[in-house]
Write a protein that binds this ligand. Structure first.
Ligand SMILES: [Zn+2]
Length: 121
């Protein structure tokens, strides 16, 4: 992978890391309501609450939090892989991950072949 491409992706990942850390902090400090306001999902949530599906709405919040935490782990891992110099190396078969794939999914750790094999299991 070209150095400029990796630098671009690193910048993206670092911004993503900062954004996700802020979201996790917001959840921990102010609870889920603040996050839903920040992410502009309030109308949808209010609508769901109106229909008496508050339980569902809370589950939605938990899923959102899980997603953020999972993304955070993936982004940190991608940055560690960059630091180790094996960012574009597939974790399973050790061949190069296609550059276009990394541009589309900067947190990818498997080449397209291994990813397809994993998903078909
Ligand atoms: Zn592979």
């Amino acid at each position: 992978m070209e150095q400029t491409t990796e630098t671009t992706l690193r910048t993206f990942l670092e911004e993503e890391l900062a954004r996700l850390e802020t979201e996790v902090e917001t959840i921990e400090r102010e609870g889920h309501e603040a996050l839903s306001e920040a992410s502009g999902e309030n109308n949808y949530r209010d609508h769901m609450a109106d229909q008496g599906t508050a339980t569902f709405s809370r589950e939605l919040d938990m899923t959102l939090e899980d997603n953020i935490r999972e993304s955070l782990v993936a982004v940190r891992r991608a940055l560690e892989r960059m630091d180790d110099g094996n960012y574009s190396v597939c974790e399973r078969c050790e061949s190069d991950i296609d550059e276009e794939r990394l541009k589309a999914i900067p947190t990818a750790t498997l080449c397209i072949t291994c990813k397809a094999a994993e998903e078909s299991r």
